[in-house]
Design a protein around this ligand. Sequence first.
Ligand code: ATP
Length: 244
Amino acid sequence: MKIPKSHPRFVSLNIREKIVSGYNNGLVAKEGLLAHGRGEAFDYLIGERTMRSARTAINAAAVTLLTAKNSVISVNGNIAALCPKEIIQLAKITKSKIEVNLFYHNEDRKKKIVKHLKNAGAKQVLGTNPRSNRKIIGIDSPRRIIDKDGIFAADVLIPLEDGDRTQALKNAGKTIITFDLNPLSRTAQTADITIVDNVIRGMRLLISACKKAKTKKVSFNNRKALASAISEIKNNLKRRATLA
Ligand code: ATP
């Protein structure tokens, strides 16, 4: 559907169209549409802009990625549909690998996601070679299957995640950077660096932060950053409440 530029929700509706066409093209699972809807609701509360706390998290994520030994971007259908070019750019700048890993496992969908990323310029996408399969301990979903040369060997991971897996991956000694519009989700609460922003805006900012970042460690406290994100949402709502 073509959204007129004058529509007050032009940006949000365009993002929604990307997810819908990802679904129609077999990249996004039905459940992915619901997950996107949950994200949209939080984006509304945030004010559909990048909060200050997210910028701080993005800077910490950039340094962490640039100093990682073996970083991997874990891709699902939603992120592949929303920002394929950005995934590839980020992988290039940070020398990260790309692995497709799905919660709602489906070989056909996986192949389509790999093809979509390759069409967007990816050279190598891990996650499809059964001989490279390894398992993460402490998790039952099909997402426990990971690539021995990708997530299995990674020290730093950057995914749109699910709560159980974030904990299991942390238990396996990995540093987790995640994008999550919901600062209250288990993923947001468990990751080492949570960027509370729409992946569409956040990925672009992360790429430019990586271009500028110095490789000097920064101190970052995810608990504090999440508290700041919640405070910023609260202040945004307060402002709206007085204007209403
Ligand atoms: P958890 O298991 O971590 O508590 P959840 O059950 O809420 O999380 P899902 O139902 O898989 O997780 O929902 C997907 C999550 O992804 C939501 O928290 C939502 O805010 C977030 N999300 C959806 N779309 C985007 C997006 N475009 N950018 C960033 N985050 C997003």
